[in-house]
Design a protein around this ligand. Sequence first.
Ligand SMILES: Nc1ncnc2c1ncn2[C@@H]1O[C@H](COP(=O)(O)OP(=O)(O)OP(=O)(O)O)[C@@H](O)[C@H]1O
Ligand SMILES: [Mg+2]
Length: 404
Amino acid sequence: MSIATDISQEELGIIGRSTAVREAVETLRRVAPTDLTVLLIGESGVGKEVFAQALHRLSSRAEKKMLSINCGAIPETLLESELFGHEKGAFTGAVESRKGIFEVADKGTIFLDEIGELTPATQVKLLRVLESGTFTRVGSTEEQTTDVRVVAATNRDLEEAVSRGEFRHDLYYRLNSAKIFIPPLRERREDIQLLFAYFAYHASARLGIPFGGIAPDAMEVLLEYPWPGNIRELKNFTELIITLEQAEKITADTVFEHLDTSRMRPRMNPYGVVHLPGKTPEQAERELIYRALIDLRNEVVALKEVVQGSYGGREGIAPNPEQFALPPSEKEANNLIDRLDTLNLEEIERTMIIGALRKFNNSRRRAADALGISERTLYRKLNQYKEEGYIDDDDGVEEEPGEE
Ligand SMILES: Nc1ncnc2c1ncn2[C@@H]1O[C@H](COP(=O)(O)OP(=O)(O)OP(=O)(O)O)[C@@H](O)[C@H]1O
Ligand SMILES: [Mg+2]
């Protein structure tokens, strides 16, 4: 049977131009035409299933079936029956004899997902079929032969499972003969934009909703977000946001609303990465806040000049509002830009103080530290904000700090 080698990466459903993905696809193309057992390794949502399908399509078995089983989702007895079949009466509920996938997928491919979840007894049976191509149905003694190619996937560190005695080392070596590592999305950020565009295009076509585009600062947030759920999370997010935004241009604010950005480092600001050699993280953070305050003040002054018409033709100081991609705790600062006519330094100070307090879970000491003011000053300010109604009683102002 001829092997299709001219199927493009995109036709295989694998979007991505990062070196890591290209290398993974290259390995995939190399091992696909062989009958080697392949182990796909990668976190949840990186595309292990997509790679398994692609392997099958690029193999000599492409015209036969590929059957999949999630080894982590089925209890042991049922799993063995799914894999190898059973005879009538083999266990309670086995009212008919039934073929397993090693029998049904003869000459085809079997995809065993979450292989790390196999129990020791099933590991033995799998090793046997991989080594000799033989198996027996549950409840039978009759040996059968099969010709299947196995592709397995895991999001666990199998080597560690082997060293802990949870996974047979002989099975591991057998599975490991060809392995493909699919890197998490956060390690191939250059693919994020492409994947977003791809999912946006397909979602808008499928849902019949025009895609209104995405603002550069919103894309910045997507590029920075760690994507713990990998490509699946990015796909779901894209579909959700297109559905909700209904052809509107996607802004950074909208992105913040729908992504849990609390895990992001505090570098999502227009002031650059916190990279201060020789400084402790606390010092660097404090300096960042200072810089942010100073820069914000400068930008605000410049903006005010623009708004009030006193912008005397000076070049390059009017900031581009799209640069303001701020984390949620600093969202108020972003809103300030929209209220230029009433803006003053007191308001900026209040935003920074309340923001710092929230950031440090109402720890006045840490907030004061970060802001470079005394706890007493912070306390005084908080009381003032309370009186002015900007914060509630429970916003970390109950107790009087000790004397300095
Ligand atoms: N490179 C890619 N290009 C386009 N879409 C992709 C890519 N990788 C994954 N996807 C899509 O992302 C989703 C998750 O992929 P998949 O189910 O293959 O991940 P997985 O690694 O098997 O996850 P899990 O470990 O949770 O089973 C699917 O909808 C898939 O189509
Ligand atoms: Mg999967």
